[in-house]
Design a protein around this ligand. Structure first.
Ligand code: ZN
Length: 270
């Protein structure tokens, strides 16, 4: 059986090989299962990331709060009226709502930490700890769900991906918006309302198209069984925005049935 990784070993790799230090503003996303056996599982990975960095931010998205209304704006990549089953199962957003299972156990362990703060977006909330936690989280509004990514860009933030590929690089959504790509309106259940949420990003399934192109600005380390990457957010956003401006369908997926990508493509595929 493979040796279990310890928090100390993970912290050392993040510091020595990926260049994360106690001043780093870090946007982190990873799946603990990808690392292989870890002593203490996701809780340990969370602690190791917190020990390595200064301010740590993670997505704590709650897709399970979304509902599909009967009608809404056109070209919004939704089949209105088809959500009855999903709507009946939707969760009401509250600060204690667990992150969606797709976001993973590291983020859920981080959310459960009593020192963690959470922003208030009912679908795309972020969680944070560290000296800049309040500042980065308060940059998010209903109208500007990706505010924390822009905050991190302005404060020399780094993106850490642990055992996940570019389809989990949520920062790329900001590059899409800046390049003029259409965003969507979505709806979510909150305690006293159904909230309409503007400027919501679309599909991420095509994001791996940028993976190799980011090699010059990416640091890579193997931690346990996971390939881990650190990418500085500012050049990442500049490069991705420029690429989408040059090639308007860049990063869209090729699934014929993907309403999100097919709604936004400039050169429709046959
Ligand atoms: Zn798609």
């Amino acid at each position: 059986m493979a040796k279990e990784l310890t928090a100390y070993e993970i912290t050392c790799r993040l510091s020595d090989e990926l260049g994360i230090d106690r001043h780093t503003n870090l946007l982190a996303h990873g799946l603990s299962a990808a690392l292989g056996p870890v002593q203490g599982d996701a809780e340990t990975v969370k602690s190791a990331v917190l020990d390595a960095a200064g301010t740590v931010v993670m997505p704590a998205f709650t897709y399970q709060t979304q509902i599909i209304p009967q009608t809404g704006p056109p070209d919004n990549a939704l089949d209105y009226g088809t959500g009855d089953e999903m709507n009946a199962r939707a969760d009401i957003y509250r600060p204690s709502l667990p992150v969606h299972p797709d976001i993973g156990l590291i983020a859920e362990a981080f959310r459960n930490d009593p020192k963690t703060l959470r922003s208030i977006h009912p679908v795309l909330s972020f969680i944070a700890q560290g000296p800049n936690a309040r500042a980065v989280l308060s940059s998010q509004t209903r109208e500007n769900p990706l505010g924390p990514v822009a905050w991190l860009e302005m404060h020399d933030g780094l993106l850490l991906l642990m055992g996940v590929d570019q389809r989990h690089n949520y920062a790329l959504h900001l590059a899409e918006q800046r390049a003029g790509r259409k965003t969507f309106t979505r709806w979510a259940l909150t305690i006293d309302d159904i909230e309409e949420l503007p400027n919501m990003p679309g599909c991420r399934d095509g994001f791996n198209a940028i993976w190799r192109e980011l090699t010059p600005i990416t640091r890579v380390a193997q931690i346990g069984m996971a390939r881990c990457e650190v990418i500085p957010i500012k050049p990442l956003l500049e490069y991705a925005e420029q690429r989408i401006r040059e090639e308007p369908d860049f990063l869209l997926c090729d699934q014929p049935g993907c309403l999100s990508c097919r709604t936004r493509e400039v050169s429709p595929r046959l």
